[in-house]
Design a protein around this ligand. Structure first.
Ligand code: PMP
Length: 361
């Protein structure tokens, strides 16, 4: 099989075992003589699959019973609009930590539907990008929610503490970090994630919302974006993206078989350490992110000599190390190493980096 190590930030690689299973059952799902894409979402088989996938996700993340788990459409950006529409009125304030490109995007979208206020931003510490904790005094207790992105996919900036928000519900965009490490769901009002990194195909979004936040949607909220409507209809108010949901279900089963989120976190830590060590040990490679705020999912790095970027990328590509070009906002390189990336892929990258340095340093 002609597979490569695919470091794409998203849509990202999926576990080969999942893809093979999907291939195997594609045209004859559950012995029904059709694919999962060609049947009613209201039929017994699909409903059973949908319920199991929700339960598997609940098990993996230990989601408490007073949270709804929703499978929605519109990816991550869909939630940039759905969150303000669902849990704030147009004259309420939402608080935002802006730590990179995606949390910045969430502010401008929220500001269409409420009064979005930035309460903290990435700064520089020791010449590197660093996220300071917001001052509790900056957190207006009348705000509808506090939005943040614990892992910035473009910038490779992450932090593992939670802002101290008092009674203001926390809303986290976990698009690029969901299921990569254990978290305490009960600390959040809403967790949402576009699927195309650690869950499945793009277009789908998973939303985990505390029940106390339901029933507050602005009257203009499109029904299919309304959390309460979605919850009341088991995420089938409109026809769900059935194939994406099915594939997400396979990824959840795979993750359980691999040992769950604890085990995947152990592997993710190991992978990230391998790569950051390679960057730190050499003057040839650089990271612009402070060691306290480095993402374990998206690892941007630069060459001390940027004129070699194109050569690095084309030689890496030839060596089967794909999609390493940094986001156009950041430049340089970025290796996205989500759950599905095996340690062998990271090792191959590290070996390539060492050899490239030897021959070009
Ligand atoms: N938030 C984060 C953290 C992301 O990484 C992305 C996509 N890369 C989005 C939001 C937007 O997701 P989508 O393209 O599915 O709207």
């Amino acid at each position: 099989m002609n597979r490569v190590f695919n470091f794409s930030a998203g849509p990202a690689m999926l576990p080969p075992a999942v893809m093979l299973r999907a291939q195997n059952e594609l045209i004859n799902w559950r012995d029904g003589g059709t694919s999962v894409m060609e049947i009613s979402h209201r039929g017994k088989d699909f409903v059973e699959m949908a319920e199991k996938s929700e339960q598997d996700l609940r098990d993996l993340m230990a989601v408490p019973d007073d949270y709804k788990v929703l499978f929605m459409q519109g990816g991550g950006r869909g939630q940039f609009a759905a969150v303000p529409l669902n849990i704030s009125s147009s004259n309420e304030t939402s608080l935002h930590m802006v730590t990179g490109s995606w949390s910045k995007g969430a502010v401008s979208e929220a500001n269409k539907f409420n009064n979005a206020v930035v309460i903290g931003e990435t700064t520089q510490r020791e010449g590197k990008a660093f996220v300071p904790q917001p001052e509790p005094s900056d957190i207006d207790q009348r705000a509808a929610y506090l939005h943040f992105c614990p892992n910035e996919t473009v910038d490779g900036i992450a932090f593992d503490w939670l802002p101290e928000s008092g009674d203001v519900p926390l809303v986290a965009d976990m698009s690029s970090t969901i299921l990569s490490q254990p978290i305490d769901v009960s600390r959040y009002g809403i967790i949402y994630a576009g699927a195309q990194k650690n869950i499945g195909p793009s277009g789908l979004a998973v939303v985990i919302v505390h029940e106390s936040l339901l029933g507050k949607a602005q009257s203009v909220t499109p029904s299919f974006m309304d959390y309460t409507q979605t919850a009341d209809n088991n995420s089938m108010y409109n026809t769900p993206p059935t194939f994406s949901w099915y594939l997400a279900g396979l990824v959840f089963e795979w993750l359980k078989e691999e040992g769950g989120v604890e085990e995947i976190a152990r592997r993710n830590n190991h992978k990230a350490q391998l790569l950051y060590n390679a960057i730190d040990q050499s003057d040839f490679y650089r990271s612009q992110v402070h060691s306290a705020c480095r993402s374990k999912m998206n690892v941007p790095f630069q060459l001390a000599e940027p004129s070699l970027d194109d050569k690095f990328l084309s030689m890496a590509d030839e060596a089967g190390l794909k999609a390493l070009k940094g986001h156009r906002f950041v430049g340089g390189m970025r290796a996205s190493i989500y759950n599905a990336m095996p340690v062998e892929g990271v090792q191959a990258l590290v070996d390539f980096m060492s050899e490239f340095e030897r021959t070009h340093g």
